[in-house]
Design a protein around this ligand. Structure first.
Ligand SMILES: [Zn+2]
Length: 292
């Protein structure tokens, strides 16, 4: 094997819904795929509770079918090596009737979700795993559920005492990161949205994102900044695949586009494992990783 053929590692993104892979971490996923890393996505649900227009739904049997089709479009553009489902159901935002569905991700015991995640970690052998932060980005109950399950699974996967249903041998990933929003951008949004006649406490397609609360509560340290300028077009094209979630327009237009631009061409992460040393500032999630 020549130097160029050496395996360049495996990155696993553990997320809740079709579109989280593009809107949250799309730049990072596309960047590492372009560098030759095998990038896999474990998507816990099929986005069943997403609001979609009748026009978008034409030609599809269900919201889930439509959103999986959008996800496959995005995965192709981002260069993902594989998309895997945990087969839970989208719980919708906090307080919605979807919370009560028997297959709702947010209602499933964290141990059960973690067990399914351990299976994929042992199967795919990622050195690096990324998932949502402890408040699920904007407090979506599914994002919080996948955060908890992935964190648990990260540590369980390497434990020989933990037996997986398929008998896969233990495998310990090396690094775990939580994707976090830029507080600077959120603070700016809180100031500017009222000037545009929008309420920062009721933002988003369903008016259920409280940006003010995110500024107050989500003060997580940033340990890694991933500059995804080399793949910015891929990220935009992948996000555009999720047309049903974009009010019909491309992500760079309209109010969503404006907020989108505030976040810049950098995605930010808090490192959960190994524990960060004071002042840690990484530019590469694979820094220090042994990818043999
Ligand atoms: Zn989501």
């Amino acid at each position: 094997m020549t130097v160029n053929q050496l395996p360049k590692g495996v990155l696993l993104a553990a997320l809740a819904h079709p579109d989280d892979e593009s809107f949250g971490a799309g730049g990072t996923l596309a960047l590492y795929a372009q560098r030759g890393v095998q990038v896999h996505l474990v998507c816990a649900t099929r986005g069943e509770a997403g609001q979609v227009s009748a026009e978008c739904l034409q030609g599809f049997d269900s919201v889930a079918d439509l959103r999986v089709s959008e996800l496959r479009c995005a995965a192709g553009i981002l260069g993902l090596a594989g998309v895997h489902f945990l087969d839970y159901r989208d719980s919708g935002m906090s307080g919605s009737s979807d919370n009560q569905h028997p297959r709702a991700l947010a209602a499933a015991p964290v141990e059960e979700v973690a067990l399914r995640m351990v299976h994929f970690i042992r199967l795919l052998h990622p050195q690096v795993i990324i998932t949502n932060d402890p408040i699920g980005g904007y407090k979506h109950p599914d994002h919080i559920a996948i955060h908890k399950a992935t964190t648990k699974a990260f540590h369980l996967a390497g434990d020989p005492a933990f037996v997986d249903v398929d008998g896969l041998p233990p495998y310990q990933p090396q690094k775990l990161y939580y994707q976090v929003f830029s507080k600077r951008a959120l603070r700016l949004a809180v100031k500017i949205l009222p000037l545009l006649g929008r309420d920062p406490r009721h933002f988003g397609r369903n008016g259920d994102i409280d940006i003010q609360a995110l500024v107050e509560e989500g003060n997580f340290p940033i340990h890694a900044r991933i500059d995804f300028r080399p793949v910015v077009e891929k990220r935009e094209a992948a996000a555009a695949c999720h047309a049903s979630q974009l009010d019909g327009g491309p992500p760079r237009r309209g109010l969503l586009g404006w907020i989108w631009r505030l976040f810049g061409d950098v995605e930010q992460y808090m490192r959960a494992y190994p524990p960060p040393e004071p002042g840690l500032r990484e530019k590469d999630l694979f820094a220090g990783v042994d990818s043999r």
